[in-house]
Design a protein around this ligand. Structure first.
Ligand code: NAD
Length: 341
């Protein structure tokens, strides 16, 4: 069985980390063929939309995509590629596993938490108005449909993964309607359907303090869109930075796997970016294919890749962001040399 996967190299460091990741998957024998599509500045440079319809169509057709980061010009008229992609494909659940990695020393051990982020609304709904010459406004949107949908998804996911507890970070003391709805939805789903999972609520400021005091006390975090975005980067910092946190966006019409980090224009083209976060996202993708398409080969390849990058990291063969000596391609080669079986 060969799986056709849409690949979007993206901008900045995107093409570099995508190339390294594809090279490792090929060496590991991943049963995938790539359908390359464009988005972001790369698409604009070809005179196309920032997110061409053809890219959306191909993801819908094949159901799975691996995506590099796309640059969104700040303060200009473009709606972010990521926001558009999530909205147009209704990729409503973003998942970011945050774990310590062998060979990557950090302040805390035993970090093993999963962030589940609502991906379609909140302050990312893009509804902004000029009210008067002096006043601009951004609308935070919450719908019962989306709040219930993400709550169901998170509890089902936690149950399948044998997780023990879900913690919701919120600010319902201030945003009583929007965050209040998010909170009530999570409570309802927990009370009706998932008594097997412990449920906890924390006001987000206190939650962030607890996270940086001892992240090992958390299991699954359920967050609305903006909080999920910010807390994802915070948690990346707890385990070694943005170079080591993968991500997946799941929806009804497809799944898009991408690192948490952006296009890192400060290091783009220098060959120093860490491809690990995208590689780990590709491992999540292989596990998804194994589950959804009942293909055990994908599981085996995912395990081989994990074993190889863990071994490389343990031996200090890492990129500079992790204190190692290697560039992007050298790290990919180090992983390939450690593939077994
Ligand atoms: P960023 O994640 O690109 O970079 C933040 C810092 O982390 C930089 O110092 C960068 O060098 C470092 N970094 C990031 N990834 C790294 C890697 N793989 N290896 C080593 N170091 C790495 O965040 P930013 O600078 O705020 O954003 C840059 C652009 O990326 C913006 O246009 C933003 O909109 C976009 N962005 C895209 C996505 C996405 O496509 N999913 C996500 C976040 C940001």
């Amino acid at each position: 069985m060969t799986h056709s996967i849409v690949v979007i190299p993206g901008d900045g460091i995107g093409p570099e980390v995508t190339l390294a990741t594809k090279r490792i998957l090929a060496a590991a024998g991943a049963p995938v063929e790539w359908i390359e599509c464009q988005a972001g500045l790369a698409a604009l440079a070809q005179g196309r939309d920032v997110l061409p319809q053809e890219t959306i169509d191909e993801i819908e057709r094949y159901g799975v995509a691996l995506k590099g980061p796309c640059t969104t010009p700040v303060g200009e008229g473009f709606i972010s590629v990521n926001v558009q992609l999530r909205r147009r494909l209704t990729l409503y659940a973003a998942v970011r596993p945050v774990r310590n990695l062998a060979g990557v020393p950090t302040r805390f051990d035993n970090v093993d938490l999963i962030i589940v982020r609502e991906n379609t609304e909140g302050l990312y709904s893009g509804v902004e108005n000029q009210v008067t010459d002096d006043v601009v406004m951004s609308m935070k949107v919450a719908t019962q449909t989306a709040c219930m949908r993400i709550a169901h998804w998170a509890f089902r996911f936690a149950t399948r993964r044998r997780r023990k507890r879900i913690t919701v970070f919120h600010k319902a003391n201030i945003m009583k309607m929007t965050d209040g709805l998010f909170l009530r939805s999570a409570r309802r789903v927990h009370a009706h359907d998932y008594p097997n999972i412990d449920y906890q609520e924390l006001i987000i400021d206190a939650g962030c303090m607890k996270l940086v005091q001892d992240p090992s006390q958390f299991d699954v975090l359920l967050l609305e869109n903006l909080y999920g975005d910010v807390v994802s980067d915070l948690c990346a910092g707890l385990v070694g930075g943005l170079g080591v946190v993968p991500g997946a966006n799941y929806g009804e019409r497809g799944a898009v796997f991408e690192a948490v980090h952006g296009s890192a224009p400060d290091i783009a083209g220098k060959g120093v970016a860490n491809p690990l976060a995208l590689l780990m996202s590709a491992v999540m993708m292989l596990n998804h294919l194994a589950d959804e398409r009942d293909d055990p080969v994908c599981n085996q390849v995912a395990e081989r890749i994990k074993g190889a990058y863990n071994q490389a990291l343990e031996e200090g063969r890492s990129t500079r962001d992790l204190g190692g000596p290697l560039g992007t391609e050298e790290f990919a080669t180090a992983v390939i040399e450690r593939l077994r079986g």
